[in-house]
Write a protein that binds this ligand. Structure first.
Ligand SMILES: NC(=O)c1ccc[n+]([C@@H]2O[C@H](COP(=O)([O-])OP(=O)(O)OC[C@H]3O[C@@H](n4cnc5c(N)ncnc54)[C@H](O)[C@@H]3O)[C@@H](O)[C@H]2O)c1
Length: 328
């Protein structure tokens, strides 16, 4: 892929919901990049955010994608529209960062992959957790054999989400276990089989699950466990707010959102978990500087997103049937 050499790299956002605030802060911090404009389905929201970010509001996603001042498009809308907008941007010759979950199905993600490859463009999935240095260190330790034989891996998430916020998203299987799946793939590799359960505990009306758990057997022989919950915060000592552990015969590692906490509400979270914004900053810098300017291969790929989606669909099938599902 050709490197972009112009002095300032232009970025446009399709979608100006909650996550756009984190991406705008990330682009602001990124050297040699500038947010040029946004589009949102509701024009009032687009204008409000455009004023907040100090940029233009485009009148259509096509006008944003076709602006020669824009080099990279961030697709920050709801899951069901990711393919439509990623396709529009890729066809206009723009590199794309698309939020997770990338697509509704494996087919959708494969369609993005085909289009990106055919046009020699990067379409980078927003797999923000793996852009944290603690994750990279664990990945490197596993790969080098520093942890010995991997015995177990855990990805735990317990962050209360009010029903009115949760209903903007799918259930936690898609919304949160997608993060867990790409984290697991990055740290210890793919599972060969899994089983899952879900429950709904705190919503009054919203019918989707607010908690789900998955058990897995790894290709490398060890076992893994996921928990994703919007039902309650964990208030106990050393809480499993977001906790990732890898345990091997020769060592172990952990990553925790609780390592950096600011006592002020986040957009949705009861406190500010600084790593959330930090991981998005690292991801955006990697995309704009390392990949687009310096020509590095993306750390998160659509191949990862496809495998993560396979894990999600296997978990859904296990929940439906009560069976252990094979993968690969
Ligand atoms: N990486 C992360 O940690 C993380 C965190 C939160 C959200 N996300 C992802 O970011 C995306 C946006 O989430 P959010 O929290 O900003 O949600 P939000 O509800 O605040 O915003 C949703 C956005 O999608 C737009 N939208 C909804 N339906 C649409 C349609 N039919 N056509 C066009 N636009 C439509 C809305 O106008 C809005 O701009 C989702 O894919 C979500 O999964 C990722």
């Amino acid at each position: 892929m050709a490197r972009i050499v112009k002095p300032v790299l232009g970025v446009g956002f399709i979608g100006t919901g909650d996550i756009s605030v984190l991406h705008a802060a990330a682009v602001r911090k990124c050297p040699g990049a500038e947010l040029r404009g946004v589009w949102n389905r509701t024009p009032e929201k687009a204008n409000e955010r455009a004023a907040e970010f100090g940029v233009t509001a485009y009148d259509s996603p096509a006008s944003l994608c076709n602006d020669p001042e824009i080099d990279a498009v961030f697709v920050l809308t709801n899951l069901e529209t990711h393919l439509e907008y990623a396709t529009l941007a890729l066809k206009a010759g723009k590199h794309v960062l698309v939020e997770k979950p990338v697509g509704v199905s494996v087919d959708e993600i494969e369609a993005m992959q085909t289009l990106a490859n055919a046009n020699d463009l990067i379409c980078l999935p927003g797999h923000n957790y793996i852009y944290e240095s603690g994750m990279t260190r664990t990945h490197d330790l596993v790969e080098s054999g520093g942890l010995g034989t991997i015995v177990s891996a855990y990805v735990m998430y317990n962050i209360h989400h009010p029903e009115e916020v949760a209903r903007r998203y799918p259930g936690v299987v898609r919304q949160i276990l997608t993060h867990h799946s790409y984290i697991l793939l990055y740290l210890v590799g793919a599972p060969v089989e899994l089983c899952a359960m879900k429950a709904t505990l705190h919503y009054q009306e919203y019918a989707e699950e607010d908690i789900a758990m998955v058990q897995m057997r790894l290709k490398s022989g060890g076992l893994a466990h996921f928990c994703a919950s919007f039902a309650a915060d964990d208030h106990a000592a050393d809480p499993w707010t977001v906790m990732v552990k890898v345990i091997g015969t020769a060592g172990s590692t952990r990553y925790s959102y609780r390592d950096h906490v600011e006592i002020k509400p986040g957009q949705v979270h009861s406190q500010t978990y600084t790593a959330y914004q930090g991981s998005v900053m690292n991801e955006v810098k990697h995309f704009l500087v390392d990949c687009l300017r310096l020509g590095a291969p993306p750390l998160s790929t659509l191949a990862d997103a496809i495998m993560a989606q396979r894990m999600i669909e296997a978990a859904e099938e296990s929940i439906r049937t009560g069976r252990v599902m094979p993968l690969l």
